[in-house]
Write a protein that binds this ligand. Sequence first.
Ligand code: PLP
Length: 451
Amino acid sequence: MSEQLTTLTSDEVVQITKDTNYGTWRFQKGWNPMHIVDAEGCYITDANGKKYLDFSSQLMCMNLGHKNAAVIDAIKKQAEDLAYAMPGYATTARAELSKLLLEVLPKGLNKFFFTTSGTDANEAAFKIARMYTGKSKVIARYRSYHGSTAGSIAATGDPRRWAMEPRGKGPGIIFGPEVHCYKCPIKHTYPECGIACVDYLEHMIRNESDVAAVLVEPIVGTNGVIVPPAEYMPKLRKVCDETGVLLIADEVMSGWGRAGEWFAMNLWGVTPDILTTAKGITSAYVPLGLCATSEKIGDFFQDHYFAHGHTYEAHPMTLLPAVATIQEMKRLGLVERARELGPFVEAKLQALKAKHKSVGDVRGKGLFWAVDLVKNQATKEPFNTYTDKVSGKPLLVDQIAGKMLSEGVIMQAWVSHFVIAPPLIVEKEEIERGIDMLDKYLSIADEACGG
Ligand code: PLP
């Protein structure tokens, strides 16, 4: 930052931040935020000049890495040309981005509503689904995160919802089982189960009545990078079609090349009725979200009132950087790169699993992976639970992540697993460095296994 804009010392920056701001999703006591002053490629730099390998792309969002020149230029250009226009106007950035979205989104999604985050992309999806179907209920799954605002937190299965109960599970949200073959919530075994978790969702739809939509993260993100078996999504699509229920795919984290496809739904060739996304759409350089719907939903609103909007809908400052992001992803071949690096990461993680008794499962696609820790590989008992997380109990994964951080590797940890999601520009040597660091500190978990 330029001298004219700040005279603060680094200690003051940290102190003012923690005194005056809320730290998200945490007890406030003990929050000591790192002061970040610079970032480039896969690295961020703190105020002491120490560089860290960003092995989870911050919050699984900086897919292009830091300081991409084309995106920065787009931000500058849009600020100079037209910093704001109200949503009722057409702008060049809006049209250019819409054209590109038609190219990269699953075919058939061709009507767009722009937001400024993932959570409000999902809010838009719920309202659109309810207006279109005239029904009210949305079936979400327990192992999920869909955002922090009223509707999205109500549809979130993980414990970030609990503080909002009993009102949090808003009217019209009901929960079904997730697909998680490593720890099947209905205690079935793949493939003999025939994907019984979808049968259960069908049972819910047929018995609840008034179901507007089923909401899924195609690959569950924060809650464990859970990739469904190949039959899951086609079967769910069929059930939705047969019951007249919309399928909403929340690709806030799984989209934008992360899983080796532009969108994870492409892995199974399934098109949802509504797709929501954010994060990688601008590689997080500016806050943008998207709710994309099918043509038939778009057509419905030709003659029905579209009762939704924001002052910042289609904000030009958010749209041109998205154009630059998509162009850069294409120029650098990042979707293909993520796909090609997937087996390399997988081999490294399988080697970790073979070596460490605390590693219960490794799973993922492209450059999107989880390492799941257990006390015991046979019982699959985790070191910590959701209840531990929200009660503020120290978590083993946080202890390991803290050690890695002190050696210059940032890796996101959640309850009892790590999420590995480096920028898609990552080099093989950097992947090796990040995984080697995890390897080193998994000894802490191995010791905690005892025996
Ligand atoms: N949906 C998923 C799958 C997410 O991972 C997230 C955030 O991590 C959200 C929605 C909410 O996005 P945002 O934090 O931009 O509101």
